[in-house]
Design a protein around this ligand. Sequence first.
Ligand code: G1P
Ligand code: ZN
Length: 539
Amino acid sequence: MLKIIRTTPYTDQKMGTAGLRKKSQVAMQENYVENFIQSIFDAIGGVNGKTFIIGGDGRFYNKVAIQKIIKMSAANGMKKLIVGQNGYLSTPASSKVLLKNKADGGFVLSASHNPGGPNGDFGIKYAVASGGQCPTSLSDKIYENSKNISEYKILETADIDLSKIGSQKLENMEIEVIDPLTDYVEMMQNIFDFEAIKRLFAGGFTFRFDAMNAVTGPYAQKIFEEILGAAKGSVVNYIPLEDFGGLHPDPNLIYAKDLVDLMYSDKAPDMGAANDGDGDRNMILGKRFFVTPSDSLAILTDNYKLIPGYKNGIFGVAKSAATSTAVGRVAEALNIGYYEVPTGWKYFCNLMDSDRITFCGEESFGTGSSHIREKDGIWAVLFWLNIIAVTGKSVEEITREHWKKYGRSYYMRNDYDGLDTEVANQLMHDLEERLPSLKGKTFGQFTVSEAKPFIYNDPVDGSSTKNGLIVYFNDKSRIVYRLSGTGSSGATLRVYLERYETEKLAENVVEMLEGLADVSRQIGEITERTGKTKADLLT
Ligand code: G1P
Ligand code: ZN
């Protein structure tokens, strides 16, 4: 039975870098999810006669929220809702399903790499018909609606069984439950040289993929073990759990600790990889060797000809401003377009839609291409496997050859967590005002050549976005400052450090960047203002 429920607005439903992200306890408040969903429906002129997709990373509260959204969709007159079986769809798979079905939009229930559970985070990402997350103009409209909402529509009915593949009706809406793997797996088979990778595994290549108890487990088992023949047990933590088994499913050197320990031990396999909660991030490791995401993007781009799906040529490449400049040197050598955008995957989408770029990536372990409109963790792992299979070289050899050819960007991100929001905003505000006065000043061995806010003028829709502050030095070093837009409480200051070297290719990244880290604290007045003498997290 259709119900119109009276509700009062929440004032905090503003989407950040990647959709709405809140503490589970916040999202569980009465009408919280309902308000947000109705605000979306209203912002897009209703859903009458439209088709949408929904799925998520399996985290706590997804099941409840998915049922709410299904019942609201039917009540609002949606024509069809495509749902991943048991509510599972990785972020990249959802983008594919959305595009393949020419759906009008999609919901991915995930707080990405943030921990899950009753005390963890919950999130909803809203994608538009092009397959990417909704543009700022639309999220602003949704936010306005959410502050003024007074009622929403929902069906009063029993929960829908999402365990069986096939179609069913809810009032006038068709619900199609699909296998979350099929379309994604087929797409990967069409891009990569699966025969070459099969030969690689058949020849004894050893591999470990850590799904971190999140949604990529079933995808990885199917692709790496079943189809490509990696040894049984190569994929670990493959059952999606509501709280990720207590893991923080963020594939970096800190949180993917078990994998990192293995890769730096005597038992290390030839390659190691991990994905995040919703499967859009990736980390690549060789034996006792870590590839930074910035280098990974540069290396993949430089080797595109080895991949069947790209061998006929690529458009340009893009990176977020905070990502190292390594891929810029490759773009120059290949003579392809090169773009720097603000942080957040949505900025890449216009460039892909207009055939300006094929590849793109962020320092935060996100890499992807125009095959979909989200970053794609398993795609990146397959790209590396394909390169290794064709060249016969190890992860380390491939990376070292890259540095030899192009020089090396020593790169690191320093996060200052749990800051008071006021303090963090003031720090950024005051630093921006000081930027012009920095030019020409010397800090130890570093002399500032330029210092300015990063402003992106979108070549496609003409919009202009300011995201972060950049200090450039004479020796091509850079420091980028920005505030995180994905936290669920407090503020995080991210400081991105980069030094470019062609000659002395020292090994220790932390040592190489120690001086610059000090300079970053000095320029940003970080210690005075936050009391922190060092960063909380180095990635
Ligand atoms: C973080 C990353 C950013 C990424 C986003 C979503 O956003 O830094 O690169 O696109 O998560 O995965 P931030 O918290 O920095 O705003
Ligand atoms: Zn993610």
